[in-house]
Design a protein around this ligand. Structure first.
Ligand SMILES: [Zn+2]
Length: 227
């Protein structure tokens, strides 16, 4: 397997045919005897994911047990990943409760070093927001649990809240749930920043460059196609 240090964060590069024509590796997901196995093409896994790229190198070592085990991962989230890996689409087997699935997917992609999936999960969260005008505010604690300061997902949610909430909403939401301490600071900073931008129009979230601010990209790379 060739050595790679950068994994795609846009669709500008696609896997070539040789990456579809590799052998497969067994990936066992979840715990227990009934934990399902997925047999996935090594070329595809290594193309998109820093984690799998490194794990596959270990997999071919003489003492390897020939299997990648992910006991801590959620099987449903992994199924969404597998579908994305082969179709390029984020889709769900069951309707409803989109935000929890997308947050779990973003966190999975972050853990497994898959920048393109992180970015497409961000796009899907934004798409869901534009469709429903509902924010995952009830999951704000979860967002802060799975992200570090400055992470695109955290900044996106804070950004949407700062545009959507007013003081009355903010107080009402604070009464309903306990916000993470960092969230108070981040939301207030975002609101004050908006206030300072006199005359600035509300951010047009469909504009690619701005959506791209919440993506993970290597230096000098930006999205070229509209989200
Ligand atoms: Zn981007």
């Amino acid at each position: 397997m060739p050595s790679r240090t950068i994994f795609p964060s846009t669709r500008a590069k696609s896997p070539c045919s040789s990456e579809y024509c590799t052998g497969v590796v067994e990936v066992k997901v979840g715990e227990g005897h009934n934990a399902p196995s997925f047999f996935l093409h090594t070329g595809l896994l290594g193309f998109y994911s820093g984690y799998f790229h490194a794990a596959l190198k270990r997999h071919f070592l003489p003492k390897s047990d020939g299997m990648i085990k992910l006991p801590e991962e959620d099987v449903d989230t992994f199924r969404i990943f597998v579908t994305w890996l082969y179709t390029g689409q984020i889709s769900f087997a069951e309707p409803g409760k989109v935000y929890p699935k997308l947050l779990a997917l973003w966190a999975f992609a972050d853990r497994r070093g898959i920048p393109l999936l992180m970015n497409e999960a961000i796009n899907a969260i934004l798409h869901e927001y534009l469709l429903t005008l509902q924010l995952p505010t009830r999951r704000l604690c979860e967002v802060y649990d799975i992200t570090v300061p400055g992470a695109g997902l955290r900044r996106l949610v804070v950004h949407l809240i700062s545009h959507l909430w007013n003081a009355k909403t903010f107080i009402a939401e604070c009464d309903k749930m306990e916000l993470p301490p960092d969230a108070y600071r981040d939301i207030l900073c975002a609101v004050w920043r908006l206030k300072d931008e006199r005359g600035a129009e509300r951010m047009k979230l469909r504009e690619v460059g701005q959506v791209c601010e919440f993506h993970e990209h290597e230096e000098g790379v930006k999205c070229e196609t509209e989200v």
